[in-house]
Ligand binder design. Structure first.
Ligand code: NAP
Ligand code: F7E
Length: 362
């Protein structure tokens, strides 16, 4: 690996800048890059409440002389902050994971979502171009871009058919990245990642909502959880596997676009059934539509009800990815599939509460 010198004239390995370091993927990616000897810089947003919780395990005191993790205040809607951070960190690799990433919320705040998720990418690309740094860039594209799918399984050349402001903004970013790659010869890789989850997933995404809610019910802290569309199907993978793919894309000689997925699809209903089974509940369904309920047949308790506020104005019904290009070119394959993912998340619920998971998992 090429050695460089930092401001203190110490030899360092490659430098990476992660926009979105405080998020699920950003935190796993930072850990992965630090373990590979990188100096890691991250953009964080000013917040009145603590927003670096996911970085607790790797946080280094700013006064430590040998630290390799640096956090900088900035925002994708503030061009100057992007220019400053790039100039301060002089990165070899830039990972753009920053986004208003909630699909349902993007219907409530479409303009803001487009500002961050579409224009934010453009601001970043332009800042890199202005800096004249030969940095390689990873853009966090999404399977949501396939939307109401025009082909199954979805691969790199499947046409996009986005169904939300979030997905429209990500499609814009995908194409502006291609445009800067073609126009200015910049190294920009577009990842098209299918849903990936972990115990660090934001609490309003359906997988985490289910595992957290069922764990609370098992512990007697809650009676039931409310969900929306139980029949939506997703190709769910494990976030640590997926951040490795991001890094692999930037180790190539030429930039390329890749679908990253498991090749399995499961419904929200199935996710809930598997999560319940793991904690010794027998989830059975009764009724239909808004009246449908999920009942633990072992106790007779209703543990899932429907709340239409979680429905979306336009839904993505089913996603299934084909990541054979990533397997062929990068040697990337998912290590964790559906059942193991649900187990990792369920175990995580008890670990987060400092409880012995073996006492609760069947
Ligand atoms: P996440 O947990 O929601 O993290 C998003 C990150 O973006 C957070 O660090 C957030 O900061 C930051 N951010 C939000 N608005 C910003 C702004 N205006 N300026 C700078 N940073 C901002 O998302 P994730 O699951 O880790 O996903 C990472 C990226 O991959 C996102 O771009 C997402 O859209 C995309 N993606 C995710 C999936 C998935 O299944 N997870 C699949 C495909 C693509 P705060 O902590 O301050 O909010
Ligand atoms: O919804 C249904 C919901 O919000 C999954 C983001 O990371 O992955 C994520 O987007 C499905 C949808 O993820 C509830 O209608 C039912 O069909 O967990 P989600 P998402 O929308 O797929 C993609 C790849 C990204 O790029 C995004 O950034 O579950 N669902 N009931 C529900 N969803 C939520 N959130 N809450 C419910 O109560």
């Amino acid at each position: 690996m090429t050695k460089k010198f930092n401001k203190r004239n110490q030899k360092v390995n490659k430098r990476a800048l992660i926009i979105g370091i405080t998020g699920q993927d950003g935190s796993y990616l930072a850990e992965f890059l630090l373990s590979r000897g990188y100096e890691v810089h991250g953009l964080i947003r000013r917040s009145s409440s603590f927003n670096t919780g996911r970085l607790d395990d790797i946080y280094q005191d700013p006064h430590e002389s040998h630290r390799r993790l640096y956090l900088h205040y900035g925002d994708l809607i503030d061009s100057h902050s992007l220019l400053n951070i790039i100039s301060e960190s002089q990165p070899d690799e830039i990972y753009n994971l920053g986004a208003q990433s909630h699909v349902r919320v993007s219907f409530d705040i479409p303009e803001y979502t487009a500002d961050v998720d579409a224009l934010g990418t453009t601001r970043l690309l332009d800042a890199v171009r202005a800096s004249k740094l030969p940095a390689k860039i990873y853009q966090a594209g999404s399977s949501e871009m396939f939307g109401k799918v025009l082909e199954t399984p979805q691969k790199e050349n499947t046409p996009f058919n986005p169904q939300s402001p979030y997905a429209c903004a990500k499609v814009f970013s995908h194409f502006i990245c291609k445009n800067y790659r073609d126009s200015y010869g910049m190294f920009i890789a577009n990842g098209i990642l299918f849903n990936h989850e972990s115990p660090r997933r934001g609490k309003t995404f359906v997988t985490k909502k289910i595992t957290e809610g069922l764990a609370d019910i098992r512990l007697g802290k809650k009676d039931r959880i409310y969900l929306g569309n139980l029949d939506a199907k997703r190709d769910w993978g494990y976030a640590p596997d997926y951040v490795e793919a991001m890094w692999q894309m930037l180790q190539e000689e030429k930039p390329n676009d890749y679908v990253i997925s498991t090749g399995e699809t499961h419904s929200v209903r199935e996710f809930a059934e598997e999560a319940a089974r793991l904690i010794d509940m027998d989830l059975q369904w009764k009724g239909s539509g808004l009246e449908e309920e999920g009942i633990d047949a072992k106790t007779g308790q209703t543990i899932i009800s429907i709340d239409p506020k979680y429905y979306r104005p336009s839904e993505v019904d089913a996603l299934l990815g084909d990541s054979s290009k990533a397997k062929k070119n990068l040697g990337w394959e998912p290590k964790v599939k559906f059942k193991e993912l649900v187990k990792i998340m369920m175990v995580g619920e008890f670990e987060e509460r400092k409880l012995d998971s073996s006492a609760y998992l069947s």
